[in-house]
Unconditional design. Structure first.
Length: 222
Protein backbone atom coordinates (compact mmCIF):
# COMPACT_ATOMS: atom_id res chain seq x y z
CA UNK A 1 0.00 0.00 0.00
CA UNK A 2 1.39 3.40 -1.09
CA UNK A 3 4.61 1.62 -1.99
CA UNK A 4 5.40 0.80 1.65
CA UNK A 5 7.25 -2.39 2.53
CA UNK A 6 7.05 -3.28 6.20
CA UNK A 7 8.59 -6.72 5.74
CA UNK A 8 12.07 -5.32 6.40
CA UNK A 9 11.17 -4.91 10.07
CA UNK A 10 12.20 -7.90 12.16
CA UNK A 11 13.28 -8.90 15.65
CA UNK A 12 16.89 -8.54 14.54
CA UNK A 13 16.25 -4.84 13.82
CA UNK A 14 14.48 -4.43 17.15
CA UNK A 15 17.39 -6.02 18.97
CA UNK A 16 20.06 -4.02 17.12
CA UNK A 17 18.48 -0.59 16.86
CA UNK A 18 15.12 -0.13 18.57
CA UNK A 19 15.63 -1.77 21.97
CA UNK A 20 18.57 0.45 22.92
CA UNK A 21 16.57 3.57 22.13
CA UNK A 22 13.49 2.29 23.98
CA UNK A 23 15.56 1.61 27.10
CA UNK A 24 16.98 5.13 27.07
CA UNK A 25 13.54 6.69 26.51
CA UNK A 26 12.09 4.74 29.44
CA UNK A 27 15.06 5.55 31.67
CA UNK A 28 14.84 9.24 30.75
CA UNK A 29 11.11 9.23 31.50
CA UNK A 30 11.57 7.60 34.91
CA UNK A 31 14.49 9.79 35.99
CA UNK A 32 12.84 12.98 34.72
CA UNK A 33 9.58 12.08 36.46
CA UNK A 34 11.24 11.41 39.83
CA UNK A 35 13.48 14.46 39.60
CA UNK A 36 10.69 16.63 38.24
CA UNK A 37 8.28 15.64 41.02
CA UNK A 38 10.86 16.29 43.75
CA UNK A 39 11.98 19.63 42.30
CA UNK A 40 8.39 20.50 41.38
CA UNK A 41 7.18 19.81 44.91
CA UNK A 42 9.87 22.14 46.25
CA UNK A 43 8.78 24.84 43.79
CA UNK A 44 5.13 24.34 44.79
CA UNK A 45 5.96 24.72 48.48
CA UNK A 46 7.96 27.85 47.71
CA UNK A 47 5.01 29.38 45.84
CA UNK A 48 2.63 28.51 48.68
CA UNK A 49 4.94 29.73 51.43
CA UNK A 50 3.60 33.28 51.30
CA UNK A 51 7.14 34.69 51.52
CA UNK A 52 8.12 36.89 48.59
CA UNK A 53 11.76 35.85 48.79
CA UNK A 54 10.59 32.30 47.94
CA UNK A 55 7.42 32.99 45.96
CA UNK A 56 8.86 35.38 43.36
CA UNK A 57 11.80 33.25 42.10
CA UNK A 58 9.66 30.10 42.07
CA UNK A 59 6.89 31.87 40.14
CA UNK A 60 9.38 33.35 37.68
CA UNK A 61 10.96 29.94 37.11
CA UNK A 62 7.68 28.08 36.61
CA UNK A 63 6.10 30.68 34.32
CA UNK A 64 9.33 31.08 32.39
CA UNK A 65 9.78 27.38 31.72
CA UNK A 66 6.14 26.91 30.79
CA UNK A 67 6.42 29.74 28.24
CA UNK A 68 9.33 28.22 26.28
CA UNK A 69 9.11 25.22 23.90
CA UNK A 70 10.90 22.17 25.28
CA UNK A 71 12.97 21.67 22.13
CA UNK A 72 14.42 25.17 22.55
CA UNK A 73 15.39 24.46 26.15
CA UNK A 74 17.04 21.22 25.05
CA UNK A 75 19.04 22.99 22.35
CA UNK A 76 20.00 25.93 24.60
CA UNK A 77 21.27 23.66 27.34
CA UNK A 78 23.10 21.35 24.95
CA UNK A 79 24.81 24.20 23.08
CA UNK A 80 25.36 26.85 25.77
CA UNK A 81 26.33 24.89 28.89
CA UNK A 82 29.43 23.27 27.32
CA UNK A 83 30.52 26.76 26.29
CA UNK A 84 30.14 28.04 29.86
CA UNK A 85 31.89 25.13 31.58
CA UNK A 86 34.47 24.59 28.86
CA UNK A 87 33.73 20.95 28.04
CA UNK A 88 30.90 18.89 26.49
CA UNK A 89 28.59 16.97 28.81
CA UNK A 90 27.07 14.56 26.29
CA UNK A 91 23.64 14.40 24.71
CA UNK A 92 22.18 11.87 27.16
CA UNK A 93 23.22 13.74 30.32
CA UNK A 94 22.18 17.04 28.77
CA UNK A 95 18.75 15.61 27.94
CA UNK A 96 18.30 14.23 31.47
CA UNK A 97 19.13 17.52 33.21
CA UNK A 98 16.99 19.50 30.77
CA UNK A 99 13.96 17.26 31.20
CA UNK A 100 14.15 17.38 35.00
CA UNK A 101 14.44 21.18 34.97
CA UNK A 102 11.66 21.61 32.40
CA UNK A 103 9.17 19.07 33.73
CA UNK A 104 9.56 20.39 37.28
CA UNK A 105 7.63 23.49 36.20
CA UNK A 106 4.66 21.36 35.12
CA UNK A 107 4.80 18.99 38.07
CA UNK A 108 4.98 22.05 40.31
CA UNK A 109 1.58 23.27 39.13
CA UNK A 110 0.11 19.80 39.57
CA UNK A 111 1.46 19.54 43.10
CA UNK A 112 0.32 23.07 43.96
CA UNK A 113 -3.20 22.20 42.87
CA UNK A 114 -3.05 18.98 44.87
CA UNK A 115 -1.87 20.76 48.01
CA UNK A 116 -4.58 23.41 47.66
CA UNK A 117 -7.21 20.67 47.27
CA UNK A 118 -6.63 19.52 50.86
CA UNK A 119 -9.21 21.07 53.23
CA UNK A 120 -7.70 23.83 55.34
CA UNK A 121 -9.32 22.28 58.40
CA UNK A 122 -6.81 19.43 58.29
CA UNK A 123 -3.94 21.89 58.18
CA UNK A 124 -5.35 23.81 61.12
CA UNK A 125 -5.84 20.54 63.02
CA UNK A 126 -2.18 19.69 62.51
CA UNK A 127 -1.15 23.13 63.73
CA UNK A 128 -3.38 22.72 66.77
CA UNK A 129 -1.52 19.49 67.60
CA UNK A 130 1.74 21.44 67.64
CA UNK A 131 3.07 20.36 64.24
CA UNK A 132 5.49 22.60 62.42
CA UNK A 133 4.91 23.68 58.80
CA UNK A 134 7.28 20.99 57.58
CA UNK A 135 5.67 18.24 59.67
CA UNK A 136 2.20 19.34 58.55
CA UNK A 137 3.20 19.11 54.90
CA UNK A 138 5.12 15.85 55.24
CA UNK A 139 2.63 13.93 57.39
CA UNK A 140 -0.78 15.35 56.48
CA UNK A 141 -0.89 17.41 53.30
CA UNK A 142 1.58 15.87 50.85
CA UNK A 143 0.47 12.19 51.22
CA UNK A 144 -3.12 13.17 50.43
CA UNK A 145 -2.04 15.54 47.66
CA UNK A 146 -0.02 12.79 45.97
CA UNK A 147 -3.02 10.46 46.08
CA UNK A 148 -5.37 13.09 44.68
CA UNK A 149 -2.97 14.11 41.93
CA UNK A 150 -1.67 10.62 41.05
CA UNK A 151 -3.74 10.27 37.84
CA UNK A 152 -2.68 13.73 36.68
CA UNK A 153 0.96 13.03 37.55
CA UNK A 154 0.86 9.80 35.55
CA UNK A 155 -0.79 11.56 32.62
CA UNK A 156 2.00 14.14 32.63
CA UNK A 157 4.49 11.26 32.71
CA UNK A 158 2.93 9.84 29.54
CA UNK A 159 3.29 13.24 27.88
CA UNK A 160 6.88 13.30 29.10
CA UNK A 161 7.52 9.95 27.41
CA UNK A 162 6.18 11.34 24.15
CA UNK A 163 8.40 14.40 24.52
CA UNK A 164 11.52 12.24 24.85
CA UNK A 165 11.47 12.01 21.05
CA UNK A 166 12.67 15.63 21.00
CA UNK A 167 16.13 14.60 22.22
CA UNK A 168 16.66 13.37 18.67
CA UNK A 169 17.43 17.04 17.91
CA UNK A 170 20.71 16.82 19.88
CA UNK A 171 21.67 13.34 18.71
CA UNK A 172 20.69 11.34 21.80
CA UNK A 173 19.90 7.71 21.01
CA UNK A 174 16.24 7.45 21.98
CA UNK A 175 13.41 5.31 20.63
CA UNK A 176 12.84 7.52 17.59
CA UNK A 177 16.58 7.58 16.83
CA UNK A 178 16.61 3.79 16.83
CA UNK A 179 13.85 3.62 14.22
CA UNK A 180 15.40 6.37 12.10
CA UNK A 181 18.80 4.67 12.15
CA UNK A 182 17.29 1.36 11.06
CA UNK A 183 15.30 3.12 8.33
CA UNK A 184 18.41 4.79 6.92
CA UNK A 185 20.49 1.62 6.93
CA UNK A 186 17.80 -0.49 5.25
CA UNK A 187 16.63 2.30 2.94
CA UNK A 188 13.13 2.41 4.42
CA UNK A 189 12.81 5.79 6.21
CA UNK A 190 9.05 6.16 5.60
CA UNK A 191 8.32 2.73 7.03
CA UNK A 192 10.58 3.42 10.01
CA UNK A 193 8.71 6.63 10.91
CA UNK A 194 5.38 4.85 10.49
CA UNK A 195 6.40 1.98 12.76
CA UNK A 196 7.77 4.42 15.32
CA UNK A 197 4.42 6.23 15.39
CA UNK A 198 2.59 2.92 15.83
CA UNK A 199 4.81 1.90 18.75
CA UNK A 200 4.49 5.31 20.44
CA UNK A 201 0.71 5.10 20.04
CA UNK A 202 0.54 1.56 21.42
CA UNK A 203 2.63 2.41 24.48
CA UNK A 204 0.89 5.71 25.27
CA UNK A 205 -2.61 4.35 24.63
CA UNK A 206 -1.98 1.38 26.93
CA UNK A 207 -0.62 3.64 29.67
CA UNK A 208 -3.52 6.08 29.28
CA UNK A 209 -6.00 3.21 29.64
CA UNK A 210 -4.22 2.05 32.81
CA UNK A 211 -4.34 5.60 34.23
CA UNK A 212 -8.11 5.77 33.57
CA UNK A 213 -8.59 2.49 35.43
CA UNK A 214 -6.52 3.81 38.33
CA UNK A 215 -8.49 7.07 38.36
CA UNK A 216 -11.73 5.11 38.59
CA UNK A 217 -10.43 3.09 41.54
CA UNK A 218 -9.26 6.21 43.36
CA UNK A 219 -12.70 7.78 42.81
CA UNK A 220 -14.35 4.72 44.37
CA UNK A 221 -12.03 4.89 47.42
CA UNK A 222 -13.03 8.53 47.92
Amino acid sequence: MFGLDLTFFSWDIVNKFVLKGLIFSVELTIVATIGGVLFGTLLALMRLSGKKVLTLPATFYVNGMRSIPLVMVILWFFLLVPTLIGRPIGAELSATITFIAFEAAYFSEIMRAGIQSIPRGQVHAGQAMGMTYGQNMRLIVLPQAFRNMLPVLLTQTIILFQDTSLVYAIGAYDLLKGFVTAGKIYGRPEEAYLLAAVLYFAICFSLSFAVKRLQAKIAIIR
